[in-house]
Design a protein around this ligand. Structure first.
Ligand code: APR
Ligand code: PHB
Length: 390
């Protein structure tokens, strides 16, 4: 097989890159370890910044997003028995849209397939070769056969457990990492959301988040210990804990219903630099991970590949390599802003391992500052909706 850009991974990063390249007449092949069904059902976060929504719409993917996504102009913070709404749109002129990541993935896969795009699912033993030559090759197995995909460039969009990052020789990449002493237990529930906007709660028993997917489906999260097992969390315990942490406002209650899915995800922060080596360009979770508190993961993945799309277009159309050379440096500015914001939101809202009373008071003071200072609230809001230029 031969293509111009070989893409490893059919998550939001790899699929969006393939779509953006297609719109510019550049050929690509996406290879994916899992099945189509698996990637379309995998439940992940669901907040799109204004810039991500604009990117999806401008590239012809706005139909279902506009119909089914829900636009939010604020979020609520709950702490110490108080509730405060951050009026994001009033403060920034921008909004976010809640639309599940797997819906974005479904829209992208169907657009690629409708346009004759090649996505090879259920590949195995993926190896990247000749990355420091002008003729890299991706070797893999599919359906019992060895396949070679010859390309001009490789895009490593294979998430946090992928192979691309590890194909770079030792000593080239630098990692910056932070592990947090907690995880999120996430549930999807067949219950009408009791909130119109997302609620982020700092509670002495731990963080909780009330989000939603549709008028009939809620998405909720609880801070838990990273070594906790799902079988320790029967549905009744989950609802009881959600009530304790979220029902801190008089006359308001959580709306429970059958739990459709639950999972525990550990939280960490990671940046690997640079995001390029020779003919390999890395994007999305393959090179940076954020804790979900800032709702940035999918947005960063899309922002990376928007840059890469422009950079490959300049190379193929005009023979220019300046954007490709600048890709890592440009992308890392946004990546580090999102790292700081995600770390900051996480630190402000979670129960700290130390239970250090001094740190608890700092958290509450930070939350009160957001609630009383227009400038501080604007800082949260502009990061949350996404800064257009970083
Ligand atoms: N070969 C082919 N595909 C692979 C391989 C491999 N060796 N390893 C992993 N993959 C696939 C995974 O199965 C997955 O479908 O790469 C894809 C990576 O997709 P994502 O994990 O969704 O990563 P990305 O596209 O960067 O999107 C980032 O995903 O995890 C969330 O919070 C994160 O919202 C963020 C988004
Ligand atoms: C979600 O709806 O899944 C969601 C929302 C906000 C977050 C994280 C996840 O910060």
């Amino acid at each position: 097989m031969r293509t111009q850009v070989g893409i490893v991974g059919a998550g939001p990063a790899g699929l969006m890159l393939s779509h953006l390249l297609h719109l510019r007449g550049i050929d690509s092949v996406v290879i994916e370890r899992r099945s189509r069904d698996y990637v379309e059902r995998r439940i992940r976060a669901g907040v799109l910044e204004q810039g991500s929504v604009d990117l999806l719409r401008d590239s012809g993917l706005g139909d279902r997003l506009t119909r089914e996504g829900s636009r939010h102009e604020g979020i609520e913070l709950r702490f110490a028995g108080e509730a405060y709404r951050v009026p994001m749109t009033e403060l920034t002129g921008r909004a976010i849209t809640v639309y599940g990541q797997q819906e974005v993935v479904k829209d992208l896969i169907s657009a690629r397939i409708a346009a004759g795009g090649r996505i090879v699912f259920e590949v195995d033993d993926v190896g990247l070769h000749g990355l420091d030559t002008s003729t890299p090759v991706i070797r893999f197995r599919q359906g019992g056969h060895d396949v070679e995909l010859h390309c001009d460039f490789v895009a490593g969009c294979d998430g946090s457990h992928g192979v691309s990052r590890g194909s770079v020789p030792g000593g080239v990449l630098t990692s910056y990492e932070r592990a947090y002493p907690f995880a999120w237990l996430g549930v999807l529930a067949a219950a009408a959301p009791a909130v119109k906007e997302l609620v982020y709660a700092n509670h002495e028993r731990g963080f909780a988040l009330y989000s939603l997917r549709s008028p009939e489906v809620s998405r909720l999260y609880l801070q838990v210990d990273p070594d906790e097992q799902l079988d320790e969390w029967p549905d009744e315990r989950i609802w009881a804990e959600l009530r304790t942490r979220l029902e801190t406002v008089p006359g308001w209650s959580v709306n429970a219903g059958p739990i459709l899915e639950k999972s525990i995800t550990p939280m960490r922060s990671l940046v690997v630099e640079p995001m390029q080596w020779e003919r390999l360009f890395l994007a999305g979770d393959a090179v940076h991970i954020v804790p979900p508190t800032g709702a940035k993961g999918m947005n960063l993945a899309l922002a990376d590949v928007a840059l890469l799309g422009d950079a490959f277009a300049a190379w193929y159309a005009d023979g220019r390599d300046d954007l490709l050379r600048d890709y890592s440096r440009t992308a890392l500015r946004r990546v580090w802003r999102a790292q700081h914001f995600s770390w900051w939101m996480t630190s402000m809202l979670h129960r700290l391992d130390s239970h250090d009373p001094y740190e608890v008071q700092l958290q509450l003071s930070t939350l009160r500052y957001v609630a009383t200072s227009r400038s501080y609230a604007t800082s949260l809001a502009e990061n949350y909706v996404g800064l257009p230029e970083v």
